[in-house]
Design a protein around this ligand. Structure first.
Ligand code: G4P
Length: 541
């Protein structure tokens, strides 16, 4: 009965395969990623502003001094001025439907960022012109490489004194393995950002500051001869260096960009809105539209197939009054209609979608229809987990989203033994949402699970939410481990005999060994030669 209803919904009048294909081609689903402080929040605001989503910049993100902004719904975020939770902002520009999926600003939540990168088709990497490539920049480039994700590189804060543009190009090429191909080149050194030259057309886009960066920057376009008269030596210098780079790196090869072998580069000052409109144009012209997705068996599911999608993120407690769970779903194929009944691939059970929202910060808008590339927030979706697939009709299971390799380990215990039930329920819920990895062993027992995190701030989120949402205060004790491996083989527990190694299990039974240091890894070969250790999530740690 439920499936019949869902089948009907998938084939409503006006939703022909051609229509789905057309809508998918208009979609650009992307994330802005960067090392903290490179300007991700500022650029998000600027992009939204250009698309006229918000009236005034400064209304989207939660940073110190901007605390009443819309994305900081968690108590901890408000207190610390950081952004933990992700959501998606949808806007239309040049008849293109953009979905900008928000990522957490702090490196401690990179597992969340990793999940978001599974749900987008392109990433915009921001680099601070003064700092160049930083630790998190490199990690993120590596994740994009492993996902085969195309990256558009934006050198930000060119209005501030920083590195030399050529030096930055060398850094990108040497440290990311992608060939940088500038689509704009700055006129004026860093700290004296006058505008940009188009290395192919030779035209000059001159920027002018407007009040407090709160509206689109003024940009005027001049011919090369006019630019030379206006800017003198700064123009000549820009044209000469742009030609030098063009000679060595060539024109942008779109195929190489889509195959993650090259990266188009733009110069910008997000705080002044310089270069922001150009970025939107480049996204329209170069970023891949929503396309067919591979399932777990490597088969492509075309966008015009019946509805399918996967959950890339769960969020609870966004609306304190209702204690709701929102599952963020990336639509992969077909059309989503609110009210349709989906099949949850993991359990085979039907899932009703009465409450479906676009969620960005505290703003929610009911979604009636969504197409491939769109992100839908399903409310009261407590049965769904990150990585779960849902579909209508033709079954599909998309590849699971791998865990990030944990580097921090703490044992959690309930402060009040009388709250053991709340404690267990809370830990299970936070594990389910993917807030933290939970590992257990018979020796430690259920009342003392080991929490494994990518960054220590994840423990603070756990402690905070356990107390507030589940009424179970926790005591956390640090363990000396710094890395973990999945263990494959007949009897992983033999590793417990090696000092500095402990074998734990995930819910579901997968064995994970935690090591105090990487030297211990080498000892496994001697002590248990028939066991295989695998990096978690293919990550290089
Ligand atoms: P993040 O989300 O990547 O962590 O960075 P965010 O946008 O919060 O920017 C970090 C700081 O860099 C902010 O300054 C922001 O104003 C500044 N910034 C961003 N883009 C530019 C730019 O193009 N040029 C210049 N000069 N500064 C830029 P802050 O002092 O930390 O905060 P605020 O008080 O300015 O908001």
């Amino acid at each position: 009965m439920a499936v019949q209803r869902a089948e009907r919904a998938a084939h409503e009048p006006g939703e022909s395969p051609e229509r789905v294909l057309k809508e998918a081609r208009r979609r650009r689903t992307f994330a802005v990623i960067s090392h903290p402080d490179a300007g991700k929040s500022t650029l998000t605001e600027a992009l939204a502003l250009h698309a006229h989503v918000i009236a005034e910049a400064g209304a989207t993100h939660g940073k110190a001094g901007r605390r009443t902004t819309v994305s900081d719904w968690l108590h901890m975020e408000q207190e610390r001025g950081i952004s933990i939770s992700s959501a998606a902002l949808q806007f239309t520009y040049r008849d293109t439907v953009f979905t900008l999926v928000d990522t957490p600003g702090h490196a401690d939540f990179s597992e969340d960022t990793y999940r978001v990168l599974a749900a987008v088709d392109c990433a915009v990497m921001l680099i601070d012109a003064a700092k160049g490539l930083e630790s998190q920049t490199l990690k993120l480039f590596d994740v994009c490489r492993r996902r085969g994700l195309p990256v558009i590189t934006v050198i930000n804060k060119w209005d501030r004194p920083g590195k030399d543009a050529l030096e930055l190009m060398d850094e990108v090429q040497e440290r990311t393995g992608r060939l940088p191909v500038p689509l704009t080149w700055p006129v004026g050194l860093s700290g004296d950002f006058r505008g940009t030259v188009d290395p192919r057309g030779g035209s000059y886009t001159r920027y002018r500051r407007v009040a407090a960066g709160a509206s689109a920057a003024e940009a005027e376009v001049f011919r090369a001869d006019e630019a030379a008269a206006l800017e003198g030596p700064a123009w000549t210098e820009a044209v000469d260096t742009a030609a030098l780079v063009a000679e060595s790196n060539g024109d942008l090869d779109v195929e190489a960009f889509l195959a993650a072998r090259s990266t188009p580069v733009l110069f910008a000052a997000a705080a002044l809105n310089f270069g922001v409109a150009t970025l939107l144009d480049v996204l329209v012209e170069l970023a891949p539209p929503a396309g067919p997705r591979r399932d777990g068996d490597g088969r492509l599911r075309p966008v015009e197939a019946p509805f399918s999608g996967f959950v890339f993120k769960l969020q609870a407690g966004m609306d304190r009054a209702h204690r709701d769970h929102v599952a963020f779903l990336r639509v992969c194929s077909g059309v989503f209609h609110r009210g349709m009944v989906l099949t949850h691939a993991a359990t085979g059970k039907p899932f009703a979608t009465k409450y479906a929202h676009h969620v960005f910060g505290r703003d929610r808008e009911t979604v009636e229809t969504a197409y491939p590339g769109d992100v839908v927030g399903l409310v009261n979706a407590s049965a769904l987990r990150a990585g779960d697939s849902v579909y209508v009709g033709l079954p599909v299971v998309f590849p699971p989203i791998p865990h990030f390799s944990p580097e921090h380990f703490q044992v959690a215990r309930a402060v009040d033994a009388g709250r053991a039930k709340q404690f267990r329920r809370g830990i299970a819920q936070l594990e389910h949402e993917g807030v933290i990895q939970v590992l257990r062993s018979d020796a430690r027992g259920d009342q003392a699970p080991v929490l494994a995190a990518v960054g220590p701030m994840q423990f603070e989120v756990v402690a905070d939410r356990m107390e507030r949402e589940f009424g179970a205060q926790v005591r956390l004790e640090t363990l000396p481990y710094t890395l973990a491996r999945r263990v494959l083989g007949p009897d992983p527990e033999v590793l417990n005999r090696i000092p500095g190694v402990e074998v734990l299990r995930r819910t579901g039974g997968e064995a994970v060994a935690a090591f105090t240091d990487r030297w211990k890894l080498g000892r496994v070969a001697t002590h248990a030669p028939d066991l295989v250790l695998e990096p978690i999530g293919g990550a290089v740690d």
